[in-house]
Design a protein around this ligand. Structure first.
Ligand SMILES: CC(C)(COP(=O)(O)OP(=O)(O)OC[C@H]1O[C@@H](n2cnc3c(N)ncnc32)[C@H](O)[C@@H]1OP(=O)(O)O)[C@@H](O)C(=O)NCCC(=O)NCCS
Length: 188
């Protein structure tokens, strides 16, 4: 098994691989044209594990001083063998080489514990439609670190002392939110 940067001619294969795992119905989060454009700017943030064909990938996207871990996928039969951790660590190393300040991501629920093991810090990310915001939302017993307003939604970034999967449901009710996920951050 070998972890290395994805070459230009392998990018389409790596993309097909990640779609087959992350979006098997073909519904894309990022268009391939966007991935190609980002790859051209920062190819070091596109890394795969080969055995000998692709069995795992990680894609990173530069967002000013941060790197967003956008896609991470390991072939089903090879999970639990440390490949995911190796790919994340390789991405962190490349983000450092680019002198970025942090690596961050929005986690799928099934992967939350993996990112804790990889040494990332959890943050609750709450999205509320403006029309649904409770009047006393600042007094719900959560430590709001940052809030932003975006089109029809307010976004809250909430400090977490200790990871608890159930906090998402609690926050959803408390804030009348339409979506709550865990973000994970690693400061570099
Ligand atoms: C999540 C994923 C990337 C993890 O990759 P992996 O190669 O299986 O993970 P690793 O073997 O490197 O695991 C590292 C550690 O995390 C743990 N871990 C991995 N996945 C886990 C999970 N889903 N839940 C709890 N712990 C998990 C491992 O047990 C291991 O712990 P250990 O060091 O104590 O043994 C992989 O399961 C995957 O591709 N899942 C489907 C796609 C996905 O969810 N991607 C992430 C989108 S945010």
């Amino acid at each position: 098994m070998q972890i290395k940067r994805i070459s230009p001619k392998e990018l389409a294969e790596a993309d097909r691989f990640q779609i087959s795992i992350l979006n098997p119905t073909g519904r894309r989060i990022r268009k391939f044209s966007y991935i190609k454009a980002q790859y051209k700017k920062h190819p070091s943030l596109f890394i795969a594990c080969y055995n000998p064909s692709i069995v795992g990938i990680v894609f990173g996207f530069v967002k000013r001083e941060k790197v967003l871990l956008g896609e991470l996928a390991i072939k089903k039969e090879l999970r639990g063998k440390g490949i995911g951790l190796k790919l994340v660590n390789a991405l962190v190393k490349e983000a450092k080489a680019l002198r970025k300040k942090e690596v961050c991501l929005g986690a799928q629920p099934d992967a939350e514990k993996f990112y804790l093991k990889a040494g990332f810090k959890p943050i609750l990310f709450v999205q509320i439609h403006h029309k649904d915001i409770p009047k006393n939302y600042l007094h719900k017993g959560f430590k709001i670190e940052k809030e932003t307003n975006y089109k029809d939604a307010k976004r809250l970034f909430i400090h977490i002392k200790k990871y608890d999967a159930k906090l998402k449901e609690k926050a959803k009710k408390a804030f009348n939110a339409y979506d709550v996920i865990y973000l994970f951050v690693k400061k570099l």
